[in-house]
Design a protein around this ligand. Structure first.
Ligand code: COS
Length: 398
């Protein structure tokens, strides 16, 4: 089963995107990763994706990347293709990009040199630590606190940054938690300043005061954990981006990767449609195949149109970002529309494909059964559908 790449002929794409779409399916189909243990599988996928050059699309060329800049369309095509074969492969790929995205966008040359080439080779596993138990969609409500090290120790108010920082608080639902070699952590540096009082930090695995051992088990297993910071000491040169500029840095990172979540949803939906077509063609009932029923044809038609609707919004959002088309706000809104539509439509498509399989669809081990679980979290992470609606709605009202 291979994904069609006919849509790569659309004017949204260039030669480098078609090149990925031509080479990646054969590579992905040839990998034989044992996915029974999600953590071991993820490590294996990162190693393979790194050694065969695919992770090079997660960073810019000057840091060992494949293309001059982080390219949204390349990320979309890669995630769409990987998700068609293995949602866990897609996860492993995406987290390298998301986890290091804030360093690509806001890191100093020294930080970029220390982390990005290793991410591209698969030598360092990355993670993005934004969400908290009481601050998921409402990022500005985060409570994790970063204070200048000497300030917390002495209880004083002098805020020289030279002594480094101490982090206290909890982050949760952190993808690659417990597996990552480093975390891009967002914390309040000015608690009264709302979204204007957040700063990003790079925290290496093993930092004193960081506990990333509390794993979270989810319906589609993938590495996820709660992180606790207890007087976690972070050197001054681990501050990432501008002091109190962390909210914007997080949003800019998400703007890139939200369109790629839509790409992953498309890959899963395309796989579900392919499974449904395959099954409908061979399943006999009432003296004909399932595909001979108009009812089936109508469903397949609806599924194909739902996928295309999500696809066009996704490719538009990625193209707008890559070509700097429109204002920053328009690009954010396009990414929000893409993420919302592609993930919601994919859930519907996968549900229809499962329904078409009847009892076989709910058997553990059936591809549509695992896709049904795999797709669910995409409607939540990197901004739930309701957050995308808010972003779009606010823009429409302006
Ligand atoms: N790029 C750059 N700047 C942005 C931005 C973007 N995409 N979005 C917002 N900003 C800026 C705004 O311009 C504003 O700047 P000023 O303070 O200078 O005016 C500031 O950030 C605050 O913006 P806003 O008022 O819109 O923030 P809200 O607190 O209302 O939050 C939402 C907006 C809900 C959209 C945001 O919190 C969000 O995206 N939440 C979901 C988070 C998420 O995806 N979590 C998953 C974690 S990863 S699995």
């Amino acid at each position: 089963m291979t994904p069609s790449i006919a849509h790569l002929a659309l004017p949204f794409f260039d030669a480098e995107h078609r090149d990925i779409a031509e080479r990646l399916p054969a590579w992905a189909a040839a990998q034989d990763v044992d996915e029974r243990d999600d953590r071991a599988a993820c490590r294996d996928w990162v190693r393979r994706l790194g050694s065969d050059g695919w992770l090079r699309y997660c960073v810019a060329a000057e840091h060992g990347g494949a293309l001059p800049q982080l390219d949204s369309r390349a990320l979309v095509v890669l995630r769409e293709t990987l998700a068609f074969y293995s949602p866990l492969a897609d996860f492993a790929f995406a987290m390298q990009g998301l986890g290091s995205g804030a360093i690509s966008l806001g890191g100093t040359p020294a930080q970029q040199a220390a982390y990005l080439p290793a991410v591209a080779r698969g030598d360092k596993i990355a993670a993005f630590a934004l969400s908290e138990p009481d601050a998921g969609s409402d990022v500005a409500a985060m409570k994790t606190r970063a204070a200048c090290a000497h300030q917390t120790g002495a209880g004083g108010t002098n805020s020289s940054e030279g002594a480094g920082w101490r982090l206290n608080g909890t982050k949760t639902w952190i993808s690659n938690g417990g597996l990552a070699d480093f975390y891009c952590v967002f914390a309040k540096t000015e608690p009264q300043a709302g979204s204007r009082g957040i700063t990003a930090f790079i925290v290496d695995k093993g930092a004193s005061g960081l506990d990333d051992s509390q794993h979270i088990h989810v319906m589609a297993p993938h590495p996820l954990a709660t992180l606790t910071f207890t007087d976690c000491a972070v050197p001054a040169d681990c501050k990432l981006g501008e002091l109190n500029g962390g909210f914007k840095l997080a949003m800019q990172t998400l703007d890139i990767f939200r369109a790629s979540v839509a790409g992953a949803a498309l890959g899963m939906a395309r796989r579900a449609l392919a499974e449904a077509i395959d099954y409908a063609r061979q399943r006999q009932m009432f003296g004909q195949t399932l595909a001979d029923f108009q009812l089936t044809q109508a469903k397949l038609g609806e599924m194909a149109a739902l996928i295309d609707a999500g696809a066009l919004l996704t490719y538009r959002a990625a193209w707008m970002r890559d070509t700097n088309h429109g204002s920053m706000k328009e690009r954010s809104v396009a990414a929000a529309m893409a993420k919302m539509t592609a993930t919601e439509n994919a859930q519907r498509v996968i549900d229809m494909a499962l329904q078409m399989h009847g009892g076989r669809g709910v058997e553990v081990g059936a591809k549509v059964e695992s896709l049904y679980r795999d797709i669910r979290s995409l409607r939540i992470y990197e901004g739930a559908t309701e957050v995308q609606q808010l972003i779009i709605g606010k823009a429409v009202l302006q």
